[in-house]
Design a binder for this molecule. Structure first.
Ligand SMILES: Nc1ncnc2c1ncn2[C@@H]1O[C@H](COP(=O)(O)OP(=O)(O)OP(=O)(O)O)[C@@H](O)[C@H]1O
Length: 441
């Protein structure tokens, strides 16, 4: 019986579009019994989809591969396994089915406690927390938007988990936009739209991730628009994420764009250096990885794109250190992450920085690089030099050369001035942050 489900999945993969298997069947957890098996789905929504579209075929295949009649049950729940690997000699971790009647697709790992706060995500975190504490009342909908891997999904799950923690009976449903889309397409094909719509009337909070996916999909937008309105009228909480401000998403209906931004829309920005280092330190502690401070700084300095990449770097380091039984040091990190760090470094060059700074201050490149010392040129020039030191691996003399053959002490002075001004001049600090962000995209 144990082998029946993997073989059944394999066969279904050959028979069905990959997207369907990925969306509905892969997330199922299986518990085998002597005379059959039970499939556990993360929530009722998935149970309905599986029952309606796949269960009959699953039953046929399981019986076929088991070589005998087999009972296949389907229920909401999950198989809880002991999170730590079993110690040598210990009995296998007991697996058991659990879960209330409505679970939510929420990942319990994501919480506010393990979300590191920084200037870049402070507002988003505060808004998500407010919403979780006053669902349907604080801001509706809450829209979190920003680039990939910056923590939008994390905050969304954290809000959902907190709602359920405060009120265990609350029905919170998390869906990726693809899941909404694919369930709707099925319902349309099979003329079961009424049932599709009813599922949403039962939820207290609906969390939809990555709504930019709806762009160009007109029927989905129409349906989502109605679902949205019904929930909104019923004061059910809606939380959405998008990879940019919805008004900037092409091929999204205007009335939907307007609705999406009715409540509160908050940008999640790429984390600054301190936050990146704090995230690395926190993730390392969570995983019991010994990450010295200088290594956290090294990675945080060099990897500026997003948190997912930071996590990837940490995982790579931890795995290699484990495997080679070597401690994580700065040298070890340089050696292990060489390619990754180089790829990040290539993304920004001095000329790239000069161009971005010139555009930002609406100057001509020739003026920025000229010897003229008027204040309106000197500050942007110092800004560009300091950014070059911060963002590239070039030496002071190399940077000086790239700025019309200036001496390395001029570059050093520019870095010092910028550091001091950032402490006391709010406008300049804002310029610095904006430019850093632009250059780190
Ligand atoms: N401030 C933070 N503190 C701790 N972990 C974070 C933080 N920001 C992001 N992460 C982690 O980074 C990873 C990527 O974040 P997440 O999946 O939430 O990104 P996203 O913005 O939803 O990206 P996408 O749009 O690509 O889905 C997750 O593992 C998340 O836990």
């Amino acid at each position: 019986m144990d082998a029946a489900w993997p073989r059944c999945l394999e066969r279904l993969e050959a028979e069905l579009p990959a997207e369907e298997v990925h969306t509905w069947l892969r997330p199922l957890q299986v518990e085998t019994h002597a005379d059959g098996l039970t499939l556990y789905a993360p929530n009722e929504f998935v149970v309905d989809q599986v029952r309606e579209h796949y269960l009959a075929r699953i039953r046929e295949l399981v019986a076929h591969f088991a070589g005998a009649p087999a009972a296949v049950g389907l229920a909401v729940g999950s198989l809880r396994r002991s999170p730590a690997p079993a110690a040598p000699g210990a009995a296998p971790a007991a697996a058991r089915a659990s879960g209330p009647a409505f679970t939510s697709n929420l990942d319990p790992h994501y919480s506010f406690e393990n979300f590191v706060e920084g200037r870049s995500n402070q507002l988003g975190r505060a808004a998500a927390l407010q919403v979780a504490q006053n669902p349907g009342k604080a801001y509706n909908p809450l829209l979190l938007y920003g680039g990939s891997g910056l923590g939008k999904t994390h905050l969304m799950h954290a809000a959902g988990n907190l709602m359920r923690q405060n009120n265990p009976g609350m029905r919170v449903l998390y869906l990726r936009s693809e899941q909404f889309f694919s369930a709707m397409m099925k319902a349309l094909q099979e003329k079961s739209m009424d049932q599709f719509k009813r599922q949403f009337q039962q939820v207290d909070a609906l969390l939809i991730d990555d709504i930019q996916f709806f762009a160009g999909k007109n029927t989905t937008q129409e349906e989502f628009f109605h679902t949205f309105n019904a929930l909104f009228d019923g004061k059910q909480q809606i939380i959405l994420t998008c990879d940019r401000y919805p008004r900037e998403v092409e091929n999204l209906e205007t009335r939907l764009k307007t609705r999406l931004t009715w409540g509160l829309s908050v940008a999640i920005e790429p984390p600054d250096f301190e936050t990146r280092a704090a995230i690395l330190t926190a993730k390392a502690a969570e995983r019991s990885v010994k990450l010295p401070e200088d290594v956290a700084y090294l990675i945080a300095k060099r990897m500026r794109s997003n948190v997912r990449d930071l996590e990837g770097a940490l995982n790579t380091l931890a795995a290699r250190s484990n495997f080679m039984a070597r401690p994580i040091t700065a040298d070890f990190a340089q050696e292990t992450l060489r390619d990754l760090l180089r790829a990040q470094q290539q993304a920004v060059s001095i000329s790239n920085i000069q161009k971005t700074v010139a555009d930002y201050y609406q100057l001509r490149m020739a003026d920025l690089l000229s010897k003229r010392r008027t204040r309106s040129l000197a500050r942007p020039r110092q800004m560009a030099m300091a950014l070059s030191k911060e963002l590239t691996e070039h030496s002071l003399p190399e940077i000086g050369d790239a700025f019309g053959g200036r001496d390395h002490t001029t570059v050093m002075h520019a870095c010092k001035v910028m550091r001091e001004l950032r402490e006391i001049d709010g406008k300049l600090r804002e310029d610095w942050d904006k430019l850093l962000r632009k250059l780190s995209e």
